[in-house]
Design a protein. Structure first.
Length: 491
């Protein structure tokens, strides 16, 4: 599997025989993108007897599932990291099929350091999260009140400000509360409170069970999905032509024709119009693209000679910066598997600001915060890894979110076929957007759509039940179905 991921500009061809074709009609399908959605769609289509070619712009598979293996003893996931809720989650079975080890993480294993580097007391920490829980309740009440009155959506930040104006709150309490909002909401949704919709910021179901990480790398899941597929890396899609007869995908390495195509371009790429559609996409679909937001969550991964922070004994080290959100959430891999590594998360405007800085400036800023928290004598990092997802031309962000004016129905609109073009990706999966399992389920759904169009007699062996089991119940749409917030902080 490691060799598969390391192959550059090559075709990923099965070591074993391909799935046997089934009686009946078959189609040629071009899948654009070898992320989880594209690989899931391609695998399902190939299992159903169709001829599938996957085109991937990068020199690797996985898309926003990206494991760095520059240190042989320390794989690091620079994109997706977690299976969010293992019970009934299709990625759980894929991880098992991949022989991928997983380790649970506890989002409540958190402690906070104040701006001056002082660790909060137990009482202060409890008060911080009690105030945050109260804020969430007030936000729910305000949302329901505004909906009942027929008022327009507003940003989450405007709603928070409205609530806080009615309370007597000190500057210190406000700074701590804003840390909680950043760590528990802005970091999770990859968008600032001033970007998120009050009505829909937390919309969508969740799987039960623990959240788990992959100490040996998430890319094993991608490799398993790709193991029987023809994937062409280094093929940058430039234009997609489509009509009633078929599809032609123009790339930097030639043209590819098919009866159908599955488009898994990330929302950020669609918003940037980086790939041209001829004829253009329907106005309703373009409207959904315009209304939905593409968030940014970046990581700064620091490997140290030793885990100087280990005495804290917590998974997450929170910091209340003067600039709200700067270096607020730092994850200790020492608490996961013993490695002396910190992963510093940044989201929204702070994440974008970091992308304009040099690596040296970023490391200096991180170390300034860590030395405030742990003293001037802590060592410099031995190595570093820094992501810049907003600047990545093949992602242009991390995952989608809903700003004011958007709704869950926009995900449905983005998922609708346009003639012979079918669409998949996390931003096309209503209910499970912004997740790997959402991307996977969207790929299975797109494959099923094509199978229905060509009337292949045998349905997918795995996809139908997974999609049906994971679909939000009709009575929960579009209101009343709220994501289980994986918040930090003491219970």
């Amino acid at each position: 599997m490691k060799l598969l991921l390391a192959t550059s500009g090559a075709r990923f061809v099965a070591a074993c025989s391909a799935a046997q074709p089934v009686p009946g009609k078959s189609a040629r399908v071009v899948v654009i993108g070898a992320g989880i959605a594209g690989l899931a769609a391609a695998r399902e289509l190939q299992r159903a007897g169709h001829a599938v070619t996957v085109l991937e712009a990068r020199d690797r598979i996985g898309g926003r599932v990206w494991t760095d293996r520059s240190r042989p003893d320390e794989p690091v996931d620079l994109g997706a990291s977690w299976i969010h809720g293992t019970e009934g989650n299709p990625i759980t079975q894929l991880a098992a099929d991949s022989d991928a080890e997983t380790i649970p993480t506890d989002s409540s294993s958190w402690w906070t350091w104040d701006t001056d580097g002082r660790m909060l007391t137990t009482e202060e920490e409890a008060a911080l999260w009690t105030a945050f829980d109260a804020l969430l309740e007030r936000l729910d009440a305000l949302r329901e009140q505004r909906l009942a009155m027929g008022k327009e959506d507003i940003t989450l930040a405007a709603a928070v400000d409205e609530i806080l104006q009615e309370q007597a709150i000190t500057d210190e309490e406000l700074r701590r509360l804003r840390l909680a909002v950043n760590a528990s909401i802005e970091q999770e949704f990859a968008a600032g409170a001033q970007e998120l919709s009050l009505y829909y910021w937390d919309w969508g179901p969740s799987f039960d069970g623990p959240n788990v990480v992959f100490p040996e790398g998430y890319d094993r899941v991608a490799a398993t999905l790709a193991s029987q597929l023809d994937v062409r890396t280094g093929h940058v899609a430039l234009q997609i032509r489509h009509d009633g007869a078929g599809v032609t995908v123009l790339t930097n390495q030639g043209d590819f024709e098919g009866d159908y195509a599955v488009v898994t371009l990330p929302l950020g790429v669609l918003k940037a119009a980086a790939v041209r559609f001829e004829p253009p996409l329907p106005a309703s679909k373009q409207g959904a693209i315009d209304r939905l937001g593409m968030g940014v969550l970046n990581k700064v991964v620091l490997r140290f000679p030793q885990a100087f922070w280990s005495d804290a004994g917590v998974l997450y080290l929170g910091y209340i910066a003067r600039n709200t959100g700067a270096w607020s959430t730092n994850m200790s891999f020492h608490e996961v598997d013993g490695r002396p590594t910190l992963v510093c998360f940044s989201s929204a405007s702070h994440a974008r600001d970091l992308e304009d800085m040099s690596d040296e400036e970023i490391i200096a800023a991180a170390m300034d915060v860590l030395r405030t928290m742990f003293g001037e004598n802590i060592p410099d990092p031995e190595s570093r890894l820094i992501t810049r997802w907003s600047s990545d031309p093949y992602a242009r962000g991390s995952y989608s979110y809903m700003p004011p004016g958007a709704s869950p129905d926009d995900y449905d609109e983005l998922a609708k076929p346009a003639g012979r073009l079918h669409f998949a990706g996390e931003a096309t999966q209503k209910g499970y957007a912004s997740t790997v399992h959402g991307a996977y389920l969207s790929g299975v759904r797109a494959a099923q759509e094509i199978a229905a169009q060509v009337a292949t007699p045998r349905p997918s062996s795995v996809g139908s039940s997974e999609v049906a089991a994971a679909a939000p119940p009709p009575e929960a749409r579009p209101r009343g179905y709220r994501r289980r917030l994986r918040r930090c902080g003491r219970p």
